[in-house]
Write a protein that binds this ligand. Sequence first.
Ligand SMILES: NC(=O)c1ccc[n+]([C@@H]2O[C@H](COP(=O)([O-])OP(=O)(O)OC[C@H]3O[C@@H](n4cnc5c(N)ncnc54)[C@H](O)[C@@H]3O)[C@@H](O)[C@H]2O)c1
Length: 352
Amino acid sequence: MSKLRVAFIGTGRVPEKAGPMGYAMAYSHADGYLALPDDVEMVAAADIRPENSQAFAERYGFSDTFTDYHEMLQEVKPDLVSICTWPHLHAEMIIACAEAGVSAVHCEKPVADKFGDAKRCVTACEEAGTKLTFAHQRRYGKPFATAHQMIHDGAIGTVQKIEIGVGDLFDYGSHNFDMANWFNDEGDTDWVLAGIDYSKENLIFGAHNENHALALWRYENGVFGLACTGDCGPSVGCHHRIIGSDGIIEIRNDTPVLRVLAAGKPWQEYDCDGESCHGPGFIERCIADVVDAIKTRRESMMNGRNALRATEQIFACWESVRRRGMVHLPLDIEDNPLTDMVERGELQPAKE
Ligand SMILES: NC(=O)c1ccc[n+]([C@@H]2O[C@H](COP(=O)([O-])OP(=O)(O)OC[C@H]3O[C@@H](n4cnc5c(N)ncnc54)[C@H](O)[C@@H]3O)[C@@H](O)[C@H]2O)c1
């Protein structure tokens, strides 16, 4: 197979300090492609800010830049498109790629800011035969991958409960739910019950994120999930905890990053070659897997259906708050319940 021709939608501008107003994730994607010179060639970028796409093109050694991504798709006809814009734009851009006949799309998380959009973009790609993946790259991090392998090897017996003690439900939560689902063999969820506090406006990449949350869910295979975020996080006390019939695995935002309590033994600590819960190397490995999956025509674990499973849990948490009750899946809504509650004045987060 010849080299995949890669284009970007939304390059960002390398920030002095990365944060919820911009990380320029396209640069991380591009560094991942740069490490695969035999497999990919970066050819074009579109950004509504031409200075952003031009600086990006200069950095990565190509010249084609556009302000209109539709025009780029028409003129360049890329094989693979990396989408690195904010969540409210993902669905329309993914669907445009599918309609333009792009073979593969690798999009940043979270999938979309409305559940209907999330479903629509996954379905559009399936119908068009476009391979869709999302950047839940933590699965390629050694602390998480080692824990996953231990679970698979039966080190803690049968998984009974997966706990999350960090972040939020949507922005960082997208990674966290995706990870919990991986630890539970991509199992589907039966129901979700959640409560949140949203007293101070918290816009991350333009989307509302609650300040604190407490969410419980039950997978169809009987495993429970628990997410405590914001100020509730310390009640869990680690990033992820997997409780099994014969032991416990903890992944921590601290050292040791991974520790395991297996039947009859004291806690065993693992430094995972110095990797933390955030890197290094996760994005590069993710990009390498996504490209390999395209070239070898296999499914990457970053696939759209896996990402949609996490998205459904997130929106089900907010829907549980809106309905003040337990929400059974599949989730039958199209909108974003948190945004809806803010717009109707049911939640009134104070602006700074
Ligand atoms: N995977 C991770 O760990 C991780 C980390 C940080 C951010 N993210 C996600 O990455 C995504 C992008 O975040 P970022 O920080 O890179 O954003 P950013 O603000 O740095 O870059 C976004 C770019 O999109 C451009 N843009 C906006 N509208 C456009 C349009 N219609 N057409 C073309 N370009 C357009 C903007 O001009 C900007 O240059 C978000 O969804 C965010 O949640 C993921």
